[in-house]
Design a protein. Structure first.
Length: 377
């Protein structure tokens, strides 16, 4: 068709009515909080063009259902229901990218953050004074009194590590409350990690000083309903993020964990071999087979618990995963021995050949486990 003959697309009728600010709310089991938050946003953002995008990871309590009902009454409310995925950072990223407003804010659903700061945050972005505005507990006027001692200590430690190791210069890089220009976010998005909790730290570390950041104080309140989803594996996620940022994504925590679990497997193998030979008086081949089987099983359990905790297999899938894991590891053993033999053939140094074989084995097992055992849904 003749391009020139096509009529020029009409301008949208009222660009002024489009939202300036998109508020992103990650939710997991927040059924009792979302309506209240929506009402409070409505009050806080009077006079501002805004929308709110809830990103819900298919909460068992049906949070998404409550959000849908709100959305049916107010077109400024949107709901992204993600199935088969979990993760605070990933949810925030998806929410921001789903909006087309020039500015986006992230706020928790449980009302621990202070939504009355949003107009001020927006104003700082609109005036061009900042690309990123952080709601901070650790600048003059801010507080985190609702924290218990343990949580306060962990937060302080993580903040210190982030500042020193990643040279992040803001007072509260662990905050989950911030607003950002969407165009700047869009540039950084491909390098952000979808795993873990620390999206703000990730943004600031990834930008490497190229964002103009302003911090404004707020008081971290108490949760309205429900409970926190932060648990001890958050520390592991944090470590992973620091590692990835430090090494420009070369070292993945997952691989390190997989290799560490693999080395515990060696101990399990040797201990079983010893017990089978010395205590149960079994012949060597049977003992060796027992050792290998037990080591693979314990590796599988640990990996399912730690290395792939975000994709943990449950119920019947565990059995299927275990059998596949045995299969992957058996092939890995052939790869290991094959490489070790050929290295030894060229250069008869036992430890070099042994190490090359072991490395080949772990890389193979890791790659194949990711493909077949804990594959992303
Ligand atoms: N979609 C989705 N998926 N949302 C999640 C997930 C998830 O896997 N996990 C948690 N959320 C949502 C919660 O429903 C809540 O709205 C918000 O993310 C924060 O989770 P909380 O469980 O309430 O975390 P917290 O209060 O212990 O910690 C928060 O505040 C700290 C201080 O600002 C988080 O925002 C931390 O990142 C932050 O450091
Ligand atoms: Mn909370």
């Amino acid at each position: 068709m003749n391009q020139a003959a096509r009529p020029a697309p009409e301008k949208p009728p009222q660009a002024a009515g489009l939202p300036q600010l998109s508020v992103i709310v990650p939710t997991f089991n927040e059924r009792d909080n979302v309506t209240r938050l929506y009402r409070q946003l409505e009050t806080a953002l009077t006079g501002v063009g805004w929308e709110v995008i809830f990103v819900d990871d298919n909460s068992p309590d049906g949070t998404w259902d409550v959000v849908r009902a709100l959305a049916q009454e107010d077109s400024r409310v949107r709901c992204i229901r993600r199935i088969g995925r979990r993760g605070l950072s990933g949810a925030c990223i998806e929410g921001i990218l789903a909006s087309s407003a020039p500015f986006a804010a992230v706020i928790d659903a449980d009302l621990q953050h202070d939504e009355t700061q949003l107009p001020k945050m927006l104003a700082l972005l609109q005036s061009g004074e900042a690309d990123l505005v952080v709601g901070s507990r650790y600048v003059e006027g801010g507080s985190a009194d609702s924290f218990n001692r343990q949580r306060a200590g962990a937060s302080a430690l993580a903040t210190e590590v982030a500042k020193r190791v990643l040279r992040v210069k803001i007072a509260d890089p662990m905050s989950g409350f911030f607003a950002i220009r969407r165009d700047r976010f869009e540039q950084l998005a491909p390098q952000l990690s979808t795993q873990g909790f620390k999206i703000l730290l990730d943004i600031v570390a990834t930008a490497r000083g190229n964002l103009r950041v302003k911090e404004i104080p707020y008081s971290f309140g108490s949760r309205l309903h429900g409970e926190s989803k932060l648990d001890s594996t958050v520390a592991l996620d944090f470590l992973g993020l620091v590692l990835a940022k430090l090494t420009h994504d070369v070292v993945s925590l997952r691989f390190l964990l997989f290799a560490m679990v693999g080395s515990t497997g060696l101990f399990v193998h040797l201990a079983t071999l010893f017990a089978a030979l010395e205590i149960f008086d079994l012949p060597f081949p049977e003992s060796q087979a027992c050792g290998a089987l037990l080591a693979m099983t314990s590796n599988f359990i640990l990996n399912n618990f730690l290395t792939y905790r975000d994709q943990r297999l449950r119920g019947f899938a565990i059995l299927r995963g275990l059998l596949l894991f045995y299969l992957v590891c058996s092939v890995g053993l052939f790869a290991n021995v094959g490489v070790a033999f050929s290295v030894y053939d060229q250069e008869p140094i036992w430890w070099l050949a042994g190490a090359a074989g072991a490395l080949m084995g772990v890389v193979w097992n890791y790659a194949m486990s990711g493909l077949f055992v804990w594959r992303k849904q």
